[in-house]
Design a protein around this ligand. Structure first.
Ligand code: HEM
Length: 349
């Protein structure tokens, strides 16, 4: 791993070599060839043009890509999102826990907190589907889904605890239930994975947040800029792209990098600096090249849940005086699906 950035906190972020190379070689570039059949794009107008050129296809969707070849209909997708949104709203109505202990290794601690908050009293067959260990291999996820499905009793014999689980229990027949369980995983797991990643990144970049004038919202917007969990957006080769830019060949996939546009010196003052206060004067929904939740035409369906859950975690951290351990000066960012700083040690001041 190479050292790539040093924040004002004095902490150093070490990116995996491929991410580090992207930052060193292509920051500030609009378009560059990554591989024989892949073009990288980080210019704001170009990303805007490409993402407008056509909607994401089924395989490109992060959450609702087909499940073992079975397409997820739009109706299913929006019913699932409504179910999980209701679960998150219920969770957010709970008062802040007076005795929460969020010290320890993040993002794991935050992940477990979110799982208990939103899906806490769910039975084991569902809880296991939001476990961090399942990330290791997709096969493991599939096995947990299959085992959980086989364990399900007849519909009606189990009391569903979340809206999301109720949908899975309602499904009839093994295949439909397995599909519903898999979708439970697809929708429930990101709540824990993405929100814990986002808040861990924010703490790494800026903790301690002693200045009460600095809002949680601005801290999160700035963390989404410098360390966006969703750091690239893929669109597979498509005829529409050539019309947007003649340098893109008919067979080229296009990989867009918010990670790069978020640090482009043409777009940001002191781009490498973690400065939440900049968001007092900027509009996150309309700032060129700022795409932590994707393009305006098809922005993340989960962001209205992500922000309040992340703010709740920050409220607890600030209330309880938790800080990144002063002994930890280096944080690793692996080449992984989600961009997150691994193993951040949070301690009471
Ligand atoms: C920090 C948290 C998150 C970030 C940064 C994030 C980012 C994104 C981005 C960049 C896209 C656009 C992808 C593209 O155009 O190819 C997207 C789409 C989407 N996101 Fe999120 N997301 C987050 C959390 C969530 C959560 C918790 C859920 C659901 C529970 C979710 C559900 C979706 C859905 C449904 C879409 C639309 C496309 C699809 O079908 O997958 N996101 N998100």
């Amino acid at each position: 791993m190479a050292v790539s950035s040093t924040g004002r906190s004095g902490r150093v972020t070490r990116f995996a070599p491929r991410i580090d190379a992207l930052l060193r070689e292509h920051r500030g570039a609009d378009l560059f060839r990554l591989e024989a059949d892949t073009i990288g794009v980080a210019g704001p107008e170009l990303m805007d043009g490409l993402l407008r050129a056509r909607p994401a296809n089924a395989e490109e969707r992060p959450t609702f890509k087909p499940v073992q070849g079975r397409l997820v209909t739009r109706a299913d997708a929006s019913a699932l999102m409504q179910a999980v949104s209701a679960d998150v709203r219920t969770a957010l109505r709970k008062p802040l826990e007076p005795d929460a202990d969020l010290s320890g290794k993040w993002p794991d601690v935050a992940h477990a907190y979110l799982r208990d908050l939103v899906f806490g009293r769910e039975s084991f067959r569902f809880r296991v589907l939001v476990d961090r260990r399942l990330e290791l291999t997709p096969k493991l996820t599939w096995m947990a889904v299959a085992a959980g499905t086989a364990m399900l009793g007849k519909p009606g014999t189990e009391i569903p605890l979340s809206n999301l689980a109720a949908r899975a229990l309602d499904a009839e027949g093994y295949r439909d239930r397995r599909y519903a369980m898999y979708l439970y995983r697809r929708v429930a797991a990101p709540i824990c994975f993405t929100v814990s990643a986002l808040v861990t990144n924010a703490l790494w970049l800026g903790s301690p947040f002693d200045d009460e004038e600095v809002s949680n919202r601005d801290v999160l917007l700035e963390a989404l800029r410098l360390l966006p969990p969703s750091w690239n957006i893929l669109r597979v080769a498509s005829s529409e792209f050539r019309a947007v830019d003649g340098r893109i060949g008919a067979g080229d996939d296009v990989l867009m990098f918010p990670l790069l546009s978020h640090r482009d010196p043409r777009l940001w003052e002191d781009p490498e600096e973690f400065r939440p206060a900049r968001w007092r004067d900027l509009d996150p929904d309309d700032h060129p090249g700022y795409l932590p939740f994707g393009h305006a035409d098809e922005r993340c369906w989960g962001r209205h849940m992500v922000m309040p859950l992340a703010e709740r975690l920050l409220d607890l951290v600030r209330r309880d005086g938790l800080v990144v351990s002063p002994d930890q000066t280096v944080g690793r960012v692996e080449l992984d699906g989600l961009l997150e700083v691994a193993d951040v040690r949070m301690v009471r001041r």
